[in-house]
Design a protein around this ligand. Structure first.
Ligand code: CP
Ligand code: NVA
Length: 299
């Protein structure tokens, strides 16, 4: 049966192996497993990291990546996802899809006969979380037992995929968010079923206590633009500042998937400060995705 990466749950049982492989690849140890093969990349939303890291990563693996903006292909004029999946499956070897709706990513994967990668949707961002866990492992030397504290919008794709990813590697996670922005119950329940301690709380002076990893994301995700003013009001007070970082462990790292909006979810001092690993995360998107591609296309 073909493999897909639509949710972090799809790598359950393989996650640490893929991360270790990505760390090896970063040291130059990889083969051209995409030689003569092509990836189609469908984008419904903007992207810097996802587009460039996939394009360059596929090239390093000996393959070719096609950038397809939704508006430039017939999908944008009403051709069905089913037909798009069936047609692309006749030309290319793997599809990456950045979509507004998780259901649409599932629909594409259902009808494609080749592996499909979720390049971010409204519910999850698995490629980013694979890169994030790789980055934590590089900096901390391990994953199990570490505590991640996430600040801000707890009900978005990053918070959800981090809950699943941290649970799968034996980390603990605390989400610090206004009550109305705690994660969707589905993800909290799944993470707890996987054995993770999940704490949910609102902001407090000691919110980052015992954190090995402090993480945040934009307060206004792609698709949330109509609520921008309301969100900026609601999340006021949830900024990751130097004060917040002082409350975490002294060797804690700061993470952000980027793009960041300084003065809102994080101050520029923290994001560009000595504890920040944000640009390692960005680089690791490429290595993690190369390892994901190898796993998806493997036996
Ligand atoms: N982190 C991330 O997915 O960035 P892009 O939106 O630039 O791809
Ligand atoms: N939560 C953000 C992540 C961007 C990479 C968004 O969906 O816009």
């Amino acid at each position: 049966m073909k493999r897909d990466l639509l949710s972090m749950l799809d790598v359950a049982g393989n996650l640490e192996n893929i991360i270790d492989d990505a760390i090896k690849m970063k040291k130059g140890d990889y083969e051209k497993c995409m030689a003569g093969k092509t990836m189609a990349m469908i984008f419904e939303k903007s992207s810097t990291r996802t587009r460039v890291s996939f394009e360059v990563g596929v090239e390093k693996l000996g393959g070719h990546a096609l950038f397809l903006s939704k508006n430039d292909i017939q999908l944008g004029r009403g051709e069905s996802i089913e037909d798009t999946a069936k047609v692309l499956s006749r030309y290319v070897d793997i599809i990456m899809y950045r979509a507004f709706s998780h259901e649409n990513v599932r629909e594409l994967a259902l009808h494609a006969t080749i592996p499909v990668i979720n390049g971010l949707d409204d519910r999850e961002h698995p490629c980013q979380v694979m890169a994030d866990l790789m980055t934590v492992k590089e900096h901390k030397g391990k994953l199990a037992g570490l505590k991640m504290v996430y600040f801000g919008d707890g009900n978005n794709n990053m918070a959800h995929s981090l809950l699943l990813g941290c649970a799968l590697v034996g980390m603990k996670m605390k989400i610090v968010a206004p009550g109305a922005f705690w994660p969707d119950d589905y993800y909290v329940t799944k993470a707890r079923e996987l054995g993770m301690e999940v704490e949910l709380s609102e902001m407090s002076d000691d919110a980052a206590e015992n954190a090995d990893v402090v993480v945040t994301d934009t307060w206004v995700s792609m698709g949330d633009e109509a609520e921008k003013q309301k969100r900026l009001e609601i999340f006021r007070g949830y900024t990751v500042t130097e004060e917040v970082m002082k409350n975490a462990k002294s060797d804690a790292i700061f993470m952000h998937c980027l793009p960041a909006y300084y003065g809102y979810e994080v101050t520029e001092e923290v994001a560009h400060g000595p504890q920040s690993v944000i640009f390692d995360e960005a680089e690791n998107r490429m290595w993690a995705q190369m390892a994901i591609i190898k796993w998806l296309m493997g036996e």
